[in-house]
Design a protein around this ligand. Structure first.
Ligand SMILES: [Zn+2]
Length: 625
């Protein structure tokens, strides 16, 4: 042990003692969750909350870390009762904030008992999003503690201590990063932790649960729950690629900020599908057959790398505006272009460095991003910065009119922007430096347990300048505020690759169309349709919307024949050699109309092709380290 590490160990010890002292100041809140009725989609919570006489104000978590908005599923909190010394207590919801409850506590009371249920949405198309979405099936569940607890106003989430227990259906196994103190007679008792750690540590449980070790030091594993045993048995190389992902991420960042790490992976067609990051885990949910079906696996190949990167970028390094003291204070999303955008870029390059995607599959994914962003007419009124700023109110927006409204473009557009930044660093440093150096500087440091190091826009600019001096402030201001009508493809092109369209869809394109049950003709005539002909979105300015077609209408006939996917594809293909107009019979609010479209360019599917006049920097970027 050298002097530096001894000094560090001492500071860690002092930090631990201080934290325990702080925790000791607030008596622990006990929380027992009965999830034995998870298949019925109802969770029962019982809490004992230290209190004294007066008004006890309690919050149901509202602003959930990683969800970037006030998404705490308050409408699912039911059966709420408070009591003390055997007497029921009066409560009232706050008139200005529906997540806040005021309980009248009489004299002589030291503890208030709370009892309530979390009625989890019964289907994945339901109202709730993220942890408020469908989370249980007959065979498995994911428990996010924020859905089953209240916390008192006043202390920060770091200062509150919780002692949690959990009961699962008989025979179910579980996985979680939360330290287990003991288990027996159907109950799991967790070690006391801060509210911050509890909310950051979901539990996955199920009848079919497989633990796949990925690394030993620190322990890194996949805890996979599925709706069937068959879904848990992909070829071994699938897991080997994830082992390599862990290795490549350590090499990229040079340090880790977790005690151990758990990929909590749900394989079910009946839970909400998303990925949510935590310091020591991620809650990622996909279709049941994702691991064993090649198309689904390809479609979801970016998810786990993205969520894993968040342990460094998002949890350890976090925008100051998002590092709130509890779940009641609003979050500000202006730096999501770093939090999510850089994570998307790093996740994507790690997916290729690890073999989760082949280089070609990586480029196909990048081509999809580039093409989509190059067909966003909404960029003329709404800049990239606003797609982040608007998140708290806009992430539940419908897909109709999405290309005119703009979606959460700070994810994908910042893949192109961080690729551009990576290329600039390489060019300015004559290939001596890359964004990897930024990652080591910004996200690396000393390995250890979860910690939060906040940053501002200036910190990002300064760190980039430390890697290589450049007008980084000007670069990002331009990227974030421009109203240029086309996607930022300069970095991609400088990396030695060009976006082109041809008549052959990539493997990823086919898998995406099949999974979403849709027909994507956005880059030919500007239509995105469901496979029944219903139009999801139009790309303003392109042939079909120009002819008068809009979202919500339904294509029922193509050139005089009833609409099917095949008939539609064939007609688009034939448009190249056909001098006549493409005729679409469209139903709109019970009325039928024929629209004639002057289009003769065939089908258009995006790809990247090599530009031999430039060095292949993209190839360098995705080489395993
Ligand atoms: Zn993310």
């Amino acid at each position: 042990m050298n002097l530096l590490s001894r000094h560090l160990a001492l500071s860690l010890l002092i930090a631990c003692l201080l934290t325990s002292a702080l925790l000791a100041q607030t008596p622990a809140i006990s929380l027992s969750v009965d999830a034995t009725e998870a298949p019925r989609k109802i969770f029962h919570a019982r809490m004992t909350i230290p209190s004294s006489a007066g008004t006890l104000t309690l919050y149901y978590p509202k602003w959930i870390p990683g969800e970037h908005g006030p998404t705490g599923p308050i409408q699912e909190l039911t059966g709420l009762k408070f009591s003390a010394n055997g007497q029921e207590l009066k409560w009232r919801r706050d008139l200005l904030d529906a997540w806040t409850f005021h309980v009248e506590v009489p004299a002589g009371v030291s503890n208030v008992q709370a009892a309530f249920d979390f009625a989890s949405p019964v289907d994945k198309e339901g109202q709730g999003i993220y942890t408020g979405g469908a989370s249980a099936t007959d065979k498995m569940t994911i428990l996010n503690w924020n859905t089953v607890l209240l916390y008192p106003a006043g202390p920060t989430s770091d200062q509150l201590s919780y002692e949690a227990t959990l009961r699962l259906p008989t025979g179910w196994k579980f996985g979680t990063p939360l330290p287990v103190a003991s288990q027996g007679s159907g109950e799991i008792r967790f070690s006391p932790v801060s509210l911050t750690t509890l909310v950051d540590s979901p539990v996955i449980g199920g009848e079919f649960l497989r633990v796949v070790p990925l690394a030993d030091n620190p322990i890194t594993e996949m805890d996979i729950a599925a709706d069937s045993a068959a879904a848990l048995n992909p070829p071994q190389y699938v897991f080997d690629h994830y082992k390599s992902l862990v290795d490549q991420a350590q090499k990229l960042f040079g340090a880790h900020h977790y005690r151990d790490y758990h990929f909590l992976y749900s394989l079910s067609d009946h839970v909400a599908h998303f990925g949510l990051e935590h310091h020591e885990s991620n809650d990622s949910r996909v279709m049941e057959r994702t691991l064993i079906d090649e198309g689904e696996r390809l479609r979801e190949a970016g998810l786990l790398p993205h969520e894993y990167v968040h342990s460094w970028n998002g949890k350890y390094r976090r925008p100051a505006d998002l590092a709130t003291p509890d779940y009641q204070k609003p979050m500000q999303d202006d730096l999501l272009w770093v939090y999510e955008g850089m994570t998307s870029y790093l996740g994507d390059i790690l997916s290729a460095r690890s073999g989760v995607r082949t280089p070609e599959q990586f480029r196909d994914a990048l081509a999809l991003i580039a093409a989509e962003l190059d067909h966003i007419p909404g960029r003329v009124w709404r800049n990239l910065q606003d797609t982040a700023d608007g998140v708290p109110a806009m992430q539940g927006a419908p897909h109709q009119w999405e290309s005119w409204r703009r979606d959460l473009d700070y994810y994908d557009e910042d893949v192109l922007n961080f690729l551009w930044a990576d290329v600039i660093i390489r060019q300015q440093s004559k290939n001596a430096k890359s964004l990897d150096d930024f990652c080591k500087l910004f996200h690396g440091g000393q390995s250890g347990p979860p910690a939060v190091k906040t940053y501002t826009f200036d910190d990002v600019v300064n760190a980039l300048n430390q890697v290589v001096p450049y007008n980084w402030r000007g670069f990002w201001m331009e990227r974030l505020t421009t109203h240029a009508p086309r996607a930022p493809l300069t970095g991609l092109e400088a990396s030695g690759w060009k976006l082109v369209y041809d008549e052959t869809p990539s493997e990823l394109w086919r898998a995406t169309e099949a999974a979403h049950k849709r027909v994507d003709a956005r880059y030919s005539i500007g239509l995105l349709l469901h496979d029944d002909g219903t139009i999801e979105d139009t790309v303003e300015g392109m042939a079909a919307p120009k002819a008068g077609i809009g979202p919500g209408m339904k294509v029922t006939g193509v050139n005089g024949r009833r609409f099917t996917e095949e008939v539609f594809h064939d007609a688009l293909k034939a448009s190249k050699s056909n001098s006549g107009l493409l005729e679409l019979l469209v139903e709109n609010t019970e009325y039928y109309k024929t629209f004639k479209i002057d289009y003769h360019e065939g089908e258009k599917f995006p790809h990247l092709v090599r530009d031999e006049s430039k060095p292949d920097l993209l190839g360098e970027i995705i080489k395993p380290r």
